[in-house]
Design a binder for this molecule. Structure first.
Ligand SMILES: Nc1ncnc2c1ncn2[C@@H]1O[C@H](COP(=O)(O)OP(=O)(O)OP(=O)(O)O)[C@@H](O)[C@H]1O
Ligand SMILES: [Mg+2]
Length: 280
């Protein structure tokens, strides 16, 4: 069975979409069948893969609102091993108001999308810089969360408040199943900047006290102009410049995440574990 990793941070521009896109590129080229679900009405994944919704009513919005089967919403990207379910854009807002009146909407994603696990090794969810019914759905569906942050004070606060949202608001207040928080990765890191190093040190201290839901601080992703050029060319960093700083860093992150997931006490994801054994 495939595993579901949500990439989250309520702060805008933290690097969520870039991280989802880059990890998908890494896992796909490593041979894992990868699905990206875009849960953000900004629909950035559509832009990055230069795609259009194949069905006017398509995307995650239609799964959530009209209960359409997720399998019918899968679209192929130009890249081997990467499929996507696009977001449905502004229609996502309709779901937010619907869910406000009907609490059963809060777990609709896990109810409807669970079957996708048998088709993919890894499902990555790109999320919006906002809290709402869609974020609750994402959290209750995902097995793991990776928090993404810029290496500064406000970025770190954004990651911490997302962690609180998961553990307190979804876990305790709504009493829903929550994913394991794998930790935080800082993006656009520049080691010459003292503020960047401070942000990482502070987060390390926070994590070592067990505050990050047991998660850790991953090695940061360096600032790299090649990320933007790759995106402008509608490629992941692995198709455009795999040996660039960001390419190397995202490959390390992809590997680290797999190692974390393998040792999780929640149980090994068997499909993935056997793949890992076959391709160490
Ligand atoms: N390592 C990096 N080096 C240079 N630029 C980067 C890097 N990571 C991300 N960026 C750039 O930073 C900007 C914001 O990144 P991204 O869109 O991934 O953030 P986001 O968290 O998804 O934003 P939103 O909250 O709006 O969804 C983009 O222009 C992206 O190209
Ligand atoms: Mg984004």
């Amino acid at each position: 069975m495939g595993i579901v990793i949500a990439v989250m941070c309520h702060k805008g521009g933290a690097g969520k979409t870039t991280t989802v896109n880059s990890l998908a590129g890494y896992y796909a080229q490593s041979g894992y069948k990868t699905l990206i679900i875009d849960a953000d009405e900004q629909a950035s994944i559509k832009t990055l893969f230069s795609m259009r919704l194949s069905n006017a009513d398509g995307g995650l919005a239609s799964i959530l609102i009209d209960k359409l089967m997720p399998e019918t919403m899968i679209q192929k990207t130009p890249y081997e091993n990467i499929d996507v379910i696009l977001s449905g854009g502004r229609k996502m807002k309709e779901f937010e108001s619907k869910a406000f009146q009907d609490q059963s909407c809060l777990t609709r994603m896990s109810t409807l999308c669970n079957g996708l696990r048998s088709r993919y090794d890894i499902i990555l969810i790109d999320t919006a810089p906002a809290i709402g019914a869609i974020s609750v759905n994402v959290v209750s569906f995902a097995d793991y969360v990776l928090l993404v942050s810029e290496p500064d004070l406000l970025g770190a606060m954004g990651a911490r408040s997302t962690e609180q949202f998961i553990t307190k608001e979804v876990g305790k207040d709504l009493n829903l199943k929550i994913p394991k928080i794998l930790g935080v990765v800082f993006t656009r890191f520049d080691q010459r900047r003292a503020a960047d190093n401070n942000a990482i040190d502070e987060m390390d201290t926070y994590a070592s006290k067990g505050h990050l839901g047991g998660g850790k601080v991953f090695e940061p992703i360096r600032q790299d102009a090649k990320i933007r050029t790759a995106q402008a060319r509608r490629k992941t960093i692995f198709q455009y410049a795999p040996k660039s700083n960001a390419g190397v860093d995202y490959a390390n992150l992809g590997q680290d995440l797999l190692e974390e997931i393998k040792i999780t006490p929640k149980g090994k994801p068997s499909g993935l574990a056997s793949l890992l054994e076959a391709n160490p």
